[in-house]
Design a protein around this ligand. Structure first.
Ligand code: SAH
Length: 301
């Protein structure tokens, strides 16, 4: 065995959504470290590996323990749900190593095994809500001042990002989600589609479609990710869809497109682009003309 730390993201928590590499890392390790719920979710790949279960708030000691065991020559896997680099264990383990003066060329070897993060697994159950620029914001203020979180919600809301809220609520943290809703309503319509996904791809999965005004009428907890649409997001039955762009360059209802693929990328057909602005051609007239060209039948041009 080699002194090595696998930092494993096992995805949402179903056997179909864990990668081969993550499975292999768990199988090949001598010791598995993780929050006890996470150990449960990967137990089918644990045979005679030693298990170190820790509580949710014991991340620092878990990271220190992983480093200590690897330095003593063991191969260890630290398991996180989703991706270990997204509010997971990856940063903390590197921080502990850096603090001890470790360099990447020395043992222990470290491998971060990527996994599907909650923003993606939850989005897939709702439809296609994160097709455009999106961000994640954790509402946990245990390690981050609330003012910083508030500023980020404000920035993301005003810049029209699709937003995935992680750690939205827990037994003791109940008002953060209401504050987030209040800030979002300053910038977005009360009808903005919102998806609430609890325990994606696990036994107790719950998927709720609601809107910004009514989202707090539903259960939101520690295992929920809240996905807030942007100003263009819409619902089609129970599918949440964010268009790929704000400008409608395509006719979805006709086999023939008004603009050929070559024409589509021409600067005068994109009067909203930076290139158009730089070339000074972005006058109101040009913009209107371009939009007309795109929405009129091809034969008229
Ligand atoms: N590393 C994880 C995030 C851990 S933070 C990732 O990449 O997804 C914990 C938060 O993640 C939870 O509060 C919840 O908001 C979200 N989360 C993790 N797994 C989830 C799942 N299966 N379904 C819904 N949300 C999940």
């Amino acid at each position: 065995m080699i002194p090595k730390i696998f930092i494993v993201g096992f995805g949402p928590g179903s056997r179909d959504h864990i990668t081969d590499r993550a499975r292999q890392a768990i199988v090949e390790s001598q010791v598995i470290l993780g929050y006890h719920t996470y150990i449960e979710l990967v137990k089918e790949w644990i045979t005679d590996q030693e298990i170190e279960r820790t509580g949710m708030t014991e991340e620092v000691s878990r990271a220190q323990k992983a480093v200590e065991l690897a330095k003593a020559g063991q191969t260890v896997a630290v398991v996180s749900s989703g991706d270990a680099g997204v509010y997971g264990m990856a940063g903390l383990i590197y921080e502990v190593l850096a603090e001890q003066g470790w360099h990447p060329s020395e043992p222990p070897e470290v491998e971060v095994v990527p996994g599907i993060p909650a923003i993606n697994s939850c989005a897939s159950l709702l439809g296609a809500p994160i097709m455009h620029d999106a961000c994640t914001i954790s509402l946990s203020d245990h390690l981050t001042p609330w003012e910083v979180i508030e500023r980020r919600i404000e920035a993301a809301a005003s810049a029209d990002f699709v937003i995935a809220l992680y750690n939205p609520k827990s037994g003791r943290r109940t008002s953060q989600i209401a504050e987030a809703q209040r800030i979002l309503l300053k910038y977005r319509s009360p009808n903005t589609p919102v998806g609430l996904v609890k325990s994606a791809y696990r036994d107790r999965q719950v998927v709720v479609r609601t809107n910004l005004a009514e989202m707090l009428d539903h259960e939101i907890g520690m295992l929920t990710t809240v996905i807030i649409g942007n100003s263009a997001t819409f619902m089609h039955d129970d599918i949440m869809i964010t268009p790929r762009g704000y400008q409608r360059k395509y006719q979805l209802d006709s086999a023939e497109q008004a603009l050929s693929p070559r024409e589509r990328l021409r600067v005068d057909n994109e009067p909203w682009s930076l290139l158009a602005k730089e070339s000074g051609s972005s006058t109101q007239d040009l913009a209107e003309e371009a939009l007309l060209r795109m929405t009129s039948p091809k034969s008229s041009f």
